[in-house]
Design a protein around this ligand. Sequence first.
Ligand code: PA5
Length: 447
Amino acid sequence: MVKLRYAHIKSITEEDLAALKAPLEAADGKIRNKNGEGAEYTGWIDLPVNYDRDEFNRIKAAAELIRSNSDVLLVVGIGGSYLGARAVIEFLYSAYYNQIKKDAPEIYFIGNSFSGDELTQVLSLCEGKRISVNVVSKSGTTTESAVAFRLVRSYLEKRYTGEELKRRIFATTDKRAGALKELADKEGYECFVIPDDIGGRFSVLTAVGLLPIAASGADIDALMAGAAACREHLFAEGLGNAAYTYALLRNAFLQKGRTVEVLASYEPSFRYMGEWFKQLFGESEGKDKKGIFPSSVIFSSDLHSLGQFIQDGNPILFETVCRQVSASEEIAVPFDEQDTDNLNYLEGVSLNAINNKALLGTLLAHADGGTDSIIVEYEGKNEFSLGELIYFMFISCAASGYILGVNPFDQPGVEAYKKNMFALLGKPGSEKKRAELENRLNLLMLK
Ligand code: PA5
């Protein structure tokens, strides 16, 4: 079970927390009854116990097919349409998944930028290998992934034709509408559904995440079981549950001027979980000129870069440490006859034990520097434990957003850059906006 520990909290008083009790009760009601702001996007709440079993079995079958006939799986998607899958796969197998997993396809995530260099490099990695593609887009119109998919399709058409081409492309998209759904139906690609009531950043436990995750060989039954267990536990515990308490503390920190949350992990394989977390909380809370800016670090690496600021800089931060209780691998420091590096005092001590001391020492140092810390503890690097952690973060995020007074399930702010980009690219219908933007750019002497 995911647990919350209070490592050091000095900037918040009992009164601060008591003042947030009523907003928390209201948030709990909105989550349980699914009747708050954005209620139409709360399908993720019951998903771990209420998912479409037929679709789930189709996902497993497609994953098996990909594993049997492909050396490479290209996952085309951006934001909520790729971060969860990448986070889970790297959490379980590390960033070296592609080198480590010999019995599964290499997996590359594309369509999450407009970088021509990146796409070219990934396609060069596909040369001479058998490829499958999973294109993921709820709207079906997201430009980054649509452009990449067009390029990948044209690459694939040079390699495969007819039925063979068709059975190598899987589309995860809206049940009924959108450009991708239309294309998939026309071309006869197998389709998986992103439910109407689940937004991108809450979609990792739908086909969006599950197909690539299953293709990596991970146990998606255990992932769902972990989420279901967490759901049952949190709702049974009620207002005092750990996810709500985390939400409460975040809001209390914010009210004290701690506007930046540093999500820290001591496991490098947690890096993309940090990226996933940033999208989850950033898009859910950062609106109406409110919110905590979510950031993420990997310690001890980043203690050698951002550590100085966290210890000693502008006191705008609080730290949430994701701590793994049990390690998967053990490796110990060997004895050295010469001991030139003076490390023999560590002989036989495992790196995990050293990592833990680094965590404890850092907590105390940051406390001395005035940075408060919360610890979120998860069991280990396995699917069940990760399912629990994902669900824990979902509930915390929804509660935290409601306490803050925003709709945690919309993202009105992500449209602004798209409108400008389309106009600058000369999309038909945007001529007036294009002229206006080009004028502004001329004044800035930018082309
Ligand atoms: O959380 C979100 O809604 C976004 O990050 C989307 O997932 C992202 O913009 C991709 O959208 P789509 O799946 O429609 O291509």
